[in-house]
Design a protein around this ligand. Structure first.
Ligand code: NDP
Ligand code: 2IT
Length: 449
């Protein structure tokens, strides 16, 4: 196994996020590899780290002043062994091959855990939507789709949203796909409700994360009533995490964006959350404006010279990192524990560094890795695909109930796999092993392809 890690690092030395995601999975599935030595001859690990296909393309677009810009577009089609490629698109200046390969790799196992037939993919661009007008966003999305359309399809690859890609972008991308293909199909998920989207898809990642965390708390006979929660980010995942936490009686005291965070000791109630929604989804403003409206809250500007994030250093019971990768390091993990945290449930993908994860597990924190706890988003995307294929739309309660059942089943599956391999209560080991076994068994069934 160490030779495969060394081979991977030597071959693509700059892909550090990808290496991090692979190492985390491969370390925890070691007991499976020992139990099934045949995997070696089948070169399972080597096949898992090599994407089935990588598409890299130029995205030229014109801004409102007539200036032409060029960005890079990507789609990593990682593994299609249990279904069509499925996974989001991220538009953010930090996007590169390493980040998208890590996300696509995680997606393969996450999608396997959902119980639905979806392979793993991820894509996006280093385009920054911040400060761009709707017209500029539309031209960018159209140019992006003018290349991507030939590589995707409802039975081939079904992209969705991620950081920087929400309902507005999905609309522009879908419009161009439909025009080029002359076909109205469920080629993207996260569509608006009026033209093929599923109810509950916008809510699904945040709600699903809270459903998963509630299952974890229940193993210790606890609930969210009166729990103080730290939530990072203020986008799609964070907003619906806060909504569900409020509904279940918790008090959420933080939200953030890449410029800084707000701390509201009195708690973010539904009225304040509505303000954040308008601020972020309509006006596309900064989280610091929260304190203009709610003066008793404090705003703390992000300080990249600090070795820890002060946001993770407030008294609380639960933490829901919901912004981006590696937002909790070892110092943050220790601060969280010293402040009374007993549960960390990841809404973002890989928000905790390996050192932070080790601290959570050693200290017996209820720790849920994103590939289990944030799987509700892609799960409801899978339900959107089913509804589109059948040309029907399920009511809100039905989708929400299915989401709850799926999160419950992922929770049970993780605990079962962890116990089977001698690590009871370890959700990291459970999620990695359960996802891995499902994918690998399908690869063995389908031969060397
Ligand atoms: P959004 O674009 O809606 O929101 C992202 C939020 O995170 C914003 O508040 C953004 O701040 C902040 N953020 C982004 N990058 C950074 C950074 N480098 N440093 C600090 N803050 C940052 O994205 P989502 O809510 O959809 O996604 C959040 C996370 O959840 C991501 O890790 C994503 O992969 C994951 N996820 C999303 C799913 C979905 O269905 N949408 C499903 C499963 C996981 P700013 O506005 O300043 O950039
Ligand atoms: O990381 C993720 O699971 C997502 N961004 C959602 C992917 C999807 O296809 O809904």
């Amino acid at each position: 196994m160490t030779d495969i890690i060394a081979y991977m690092k030597n071959r693509d030395p700059y892909e550090k996020e990808f290496h991090q995601a692979v190492e985390e999975v491969f370390e925890t599935v070691q007991p499976v590899l020992e139990r099934y030595p045949d995997y070696r001859q089948a070169a399972i690990l080597e096949r898992l780290i090599e994407p089935e296909r990588v598409i890299l393309f130029r995205v030229p677009w014109m801004d409102d002043a007539g200036q032409v810009h060029v960005n890079r577009g990507y789609r990593i089609q990682m593994n299609s062994v249990i279904g069509p490629y499925k996974g989001g698109l991220r538009f953010h200046p930090s996007v590169n091959l390493s980040i998208l390969k890590f996300l696509a790799f995680e997606q393969v196992f996450k999608n396997a855990l959902t119980t639905l037939p979806m392979g793993g993919a991820k894509g996006g661009s280093d385009f920054s939507p911040k400060g761009r007008t709707d017209q500029e966003i539309m031209r960018f999305c159209q140019s992006f789709m003018m290349e991507l359309f030939r590589h995707i399809g409802p039975n081939t690859d079904v992209p969705a949203g991620d950081i920087g890609v929400g309902a507005r972008e999905i609309g522009y991308l879908f419009g161009m796909y439909k025009k080029l293909q002359n076909e109205f199909t469920g080629v993207l998920t996260g569509k608006s409700i009026g033209w093929g989207g599923s109810l509950i898809r916008p809510e699904a990642t945040g709600f699903g994360n809270v459903y998963f965390a509630a299952e974890m708390l229940a193993t210790r006979s606890e609930s969210f009533k009166d729990k103080v929660c730290l939530v990072s980010g203020s986008g799609n995942v964070a907003q619906y995490t806060v909504e569900k936490l409020i509904e279940l009686g918790a008090k959420v005291v933080t939200l953030s964006d890449s410029s800084g965070y707000i701390y509201d000791e009195e708690g973010i109630d539904i009225g304040k959350l509505d303000f954040v929604r308008r601020l972020k989804n309509v006006r596309r403003g900064r989280i610091r404006e929260y304190t203009d409206k709610y003066a008793r809250a404090v705003y703390v500007e992000a300080d990249p010279t600090l070795e820890y994030n002060p946001m993770w250093n407030h008294p609380a019971n639960c933490a829901f990192p919901s912004a981006t990768q590696n937002e909790i390091n070892d110092k943050d993990a220790n601060n969280l524990i010293n402040q009374g945290i007993s549960l960390v449930s990841e809404g973002a993908n890989m928000p905790s560094t390996p050192e932070a994860i080790k601290i959570f597990i050693d200290r017996k924190i209820l720790y849920a890795p994103g590939k289990a706890s944030n799987a509700g988003g892609v799960a409801v995307s899978g339900l959107e695909m089913s509804q589109n294929s059948m040309r029907i739309g399920w009511p809100r309660e039905e989708v929400d109930n299915r989401l709850k059942c799926i999160m419950k089943s992922i929770h049970t599956t993780c605990l079962g796999a962890a116990a089977e391999y001698g690590e009871p209560g370890n959700y990291l080991v459970g999620a990695n092993i359960a996802g891995f076994v499902k994918v690998v068994n399908a690869m063995i069934d389908q031969g060397v392809v």
